[in-house]
Design a protein around this ligand. Structure first.
Ligand code: NDP
Ligand code: MG
Length: 376
């Protein structure tokens, strides 16, 4: 009998995590769940634990489920070599530490948490190479590229698609005055709040350019962004001979999640319907409006600077997004604050992991201090 793949999910109570459990439920003969971890939604984690019976659980708050051991930290999950693969689906900076620990322990990673690569892509990818660990992207664009690439040495260019978010065809003025509610209404995807705000400012695309650079080793000048509102073409690559291979499919995160956790196998699993070109009818593409969405250029700039520049924009952006969600700043200020932090940043070109965490901490402290000055 085929051996079950042993998996843990960090962030099982989130948008990606809950969809991953739906995938696993359909493929229950293929997976054994070692650990489920969440943050503060302990009610949902408890329900998940009772249903899926992992060996271990972890939450950011006290939790107890009969017959299941509660762990003290995410590191306990990442150090458990029973795991064949860990799905890192928490949001923001908390993904980095357990990802690095899991890699050091030789455990493959299905990576949804793009911030991990934006913060410390060079260190993470180098460690993965050293320990022979596969990092399979869950992010739909990178999962698409992963599926398109046959021989990476013959690929000229990566083409990342962007839905354009809720303000694609709104004026800059409308975007400047956008409420939290309008910002959280994404036209295509139902996601966690942080990434939904990033999608509205297009910083999400900026972070994805940096993610692509690290995952596939392409120069920033060879990574292009195109707006494609229908989210059917999930991304594409151009080979040296001009042939373009795109991965297309219905906009459902179940597909890239399933791909990443079952790779290199494919199963019917959670597939709900067959793709129909005639139902889609048309596909549109347009250049991104860099004036309305300056975050994309900012991310290119930080990416080209390298070192701690991307750590800096990740930290500044994340803190500014939290402040926007709390009603403290306007949507446009997320960019302004992030740009200012990058302008003031003292670059470390080849940082070690302690320097990365220190830059992350100090940028966040600076941003929070700025907010405290604005409102006192
Ligand atoms: P959510 O906000 O929906 O989920 C975040 C998860 O992280 C929740 O399970 C949350 O737990 C958990 N978490 C928060 N704090 C901690 C902590 N201290 N320790 C352990 N777990 C914690 O985010 P998404 O699922 O939308 O996104 C997750 C990641 O995937 C992000 O990096 C995002 O950029 C990326 N991604 C998401 C996509 C999507 O479609 N959603 C698409 C592509 C990438 P709790 O809720 O219990 O507090
Ligand atoms: Mg994406």
């Amino acid at each position: 009998m085929e051996k079950k793949r042993k998996i843990s999910i960090i962030g099982s109570t989130g948008s990606i995590g809950t969809q991953a459990l739906e995938v696993i439920e359909k493929l229950e003969d293929k997976f054994e769940i070692i650990a489920l971890a969440g943050g503060s939604n302990v009610e949902l984690l408890e329900q998940q634990a009772k249903k899926f019976r992992p060996k271990y659980i972890y939450a950011n708050k006290p939790i107890k489920v009969d017959g299941i051991e509660t762990l003290d930290s995410l590191d306990d999950i990442a150090s458990n070599t029973e795991n064949d693969i860990i799905l890192v689906a928490c949001s923001g900076k908390i993904g980095l530490r357990p990802t690095l620990k899991a890699i050091e322990n030789g455990i493959d990673i299905a990576l949804a948490n793009k911030e991990t690569l934006v913060m410390a892509g060079d260190i993470v990818m180098e460690s993965a190479r050293k320990h022979g660990v596969n990092i399979i992207p869950v992010d739909s664009e990178h999962c698409a590229i992963h599926q398109c690439i046959k021989d990476i040495s013959q690929v000229d260019k990566l083409i990342i698609t962007a839905s354009g978010g809720p303000f694609l065809h709104k004026s800059i003025e409308e975007m400047k005055n956008a409420t939290v509610e309008q910002t959280l209404k994404h036209p295509r995807w139902n996601m966690g709040k942080k990434i939904t705000v990033d999608s509205a400012t297009l910083m999400n695309k900026g972070l994805e350019i940096i993610e692509a650079h690290h995952l596939f080793g392409f120069d920033y000048d060879d990574i292009q962004v195109v707006v494609h509102p229908q989210s059917i073409v999930h991304s594409a690559i151009e080979y040296v001979d001009g042939s373009v291979i795109a991965q297309i499919g219905l906009p459902s995160m179940h597909i890239p999640i399933q791909y990443a956790i079952t790779y290199p196998e494919r199963y019917e699993g959670i597939k709900s319907k067959s793709f129909s070109f005639s139902e889609i009818a048309r596909l549109d593409f347009e250049e991104p409006d860099f004036e309305k969405f300056p975050t994309v250029k900012l991310a290119y700039k930080a990416g080209k600077m390298g070192g701690t520049a991307t750590t800096c924009i990740n930290a500044a952006n994340e803190e500014a997004v939290f402040a926007f969600l709390e009603g403290k700043i306007k949507l446009y200020q997320i960019y302004e604050i992030t740009k200012r932090m990058l302008d003031e940043h003292k670059l470390i070109e080849n940082p070690d992991i302690d320097e990365i965490f220190e830059v992350d901490r100090s940028v966040r402290e600076k941003v929070k201090f700025m907010f405290s000055q604005m409102y006192c």
